[in-house]
Design a protein around this ligand. Structure first.
Ligand SMILES: CN(C)C[C@H]1CC[C@H](N2C(=O)NCc3cnc4ccc(-c5cc(Cl)c(O)c(Cl)c5)cc4c32)CC1
Length: 341
């Protein structure tokens, strides 16, 4: 039903295309009521084919994932031909470009970033999901130079919980764990730790531990699990990388062990905080008050509406107001469409 695309333009200013990801393009937008910038991921259904299920999977996963280091989904609008995902805007681009621009990161800067990745992954696993496509291209940098995980299109939530084995071999070759390559049954969280090891290597070294233009050669290198440690790596970094890129998944360090791993604790002296700072069940009273006034509804009916988490304009308005509050901005809605840059 085409008129529903109007729903996008009713609530958002839509500006230029700021990027593309796979079968989607991403435009910059602004939520009219709060004035907050958003990223609008636009998917054309006819380009998808059977990938439509992947998009539905990503949307369902993102509705259940609310965390300070995961890109937040605010609203979903579906028309007969398109799906619009209104997402948290990350002006810093992705980590891949960031590494390229700096050649490689210092151990100190890597540690700050890696702690945020461990925080996000401990939360994702605690919700019963495995990401399965961890790589610098799928990690964005927000306006406060914090990391946000994106692209849950390949994630898995095994019915029996993360302890259950998965079979689908997927992900990006250079980051894929050996057990996936051998087409053996694998545990999603263990495969994610391998990918985190490859990611940590890329941050510290500026190149990949296993690389080859020929896929077969690349896979053989991964299953052998042998790679060169550049001379600039500290002994602590070499040890952690070795513990994460263990070919035998049962010998690999777990995300839980990473939370207070000596390398992760260095200079920070505290374990990684992985709990969500905005748990899904929590309702913020200030945001409810502002919305109730603006919608000319009672606080009770406004609260009930927000609690339905329909990922419609009400969800978006609430989450964007909450984001403003958490960044110290006034918890205010602008009823008349204000003029911006
Ligand atoms: C694998 N790479 C190519 C992927 C690219 C995709 C475009 C990205 N991007 C820009 O190009 N410019 C700035 C920019 C700003 N805010 C963003 C917020 C969310 C997303 C986003 C979120 C999800 Cl959940 C998702 O699935 C996808 Cl595809 C995108 C992208 C943003 C973005 C950068 C990484």
């Amino acid at each position: 039903t085409e008129f529903r695309a109007e729903e996008l333009y009713k609530y958002y200013k839509v500006y230029e295309t700021i990027g593309s990801g796979g079968f989607a393009k991403v435009k910059l937008g602004r939520h009219i009521l709060t004035g907050e910038k958003v990223a609008i991921k636009i998917i054309n259904k006819e380009d998808l084919g059977d990938d439509l299920s992947r998009v539905k999977l990503e949307i369902e996963a993102m509705k259940n994932l609310s965390h300070q280091h995961i890109c937040r989904l605010y609203q979903v609008i579906e028309t007969s031909t398109q799906i619009f995902m209104v997402l948290e805007h990350c002006p810093g681009g992705d980590l891949f470009d960031y590494i390229i621009a700096k050649a490689r990161l210092s151990e100190e800067e890597t540690r700050v970033f890696f702690r945020q990745i461990v925080s996000a992954m401990a939360y994702v696993h605690s919700q019963g999901y495995a990401h399965r496509d961890l790589k610098p291209e799928n990690i964005l940098i927000d306006e406060d130079h914090n990391l946000k995980l994106i692209d849950f299109g390949l994630c898995a939530k095994p019915k029996g919980g993360l302890g259950y084995e998965l079979m689908t071999c997927c992900g990006t070759p250079a980051y894929v764990a050996p057990e996936l390559i051998q087409d053996r049954a694998y545990i999603g969280s263990e495969a994610d730790v391998w990918s985190m090891g490859v990611l940590l290597f890329a941050l510290l070294c500026g190149h990949l531990p296993f690389d080859d233009d020929n896929c077969v050669v690349l896979y053989r290198k991964i299953t052998r699990g042998k790679y060169d440690n550049p001379h600039w790596l500290s002994p602590g970094s070499v040890l952690l990388l070795n513990q994460m890129m263990q070919v035998d998944p049962k010998r690999r360090v777990t995300v839980r062990q990473l939370l207070d791993h000596p390398w992760v604790m260095k200079d920070h002296n505290s374990p990684v905080e992985w709990y969500s700072r905005q748990p899904l069940g929590h309702i913020d009273e200030d945001c409810i008050t502002e919305m109730a006034v603006n919608m000319k509804r009672s606080r009770e009916s406004t609260t009930a509406l927000v609690r339905e988490w329909r990922y419609d304009h009400t969800t978006a308005t609430y989450l964007l107001l909450l984001s403003k509050k958490q960044r110290g901005k006034p918890v205010r809605l602008c009823p008349q469409p204000a003029v911006y840059d």
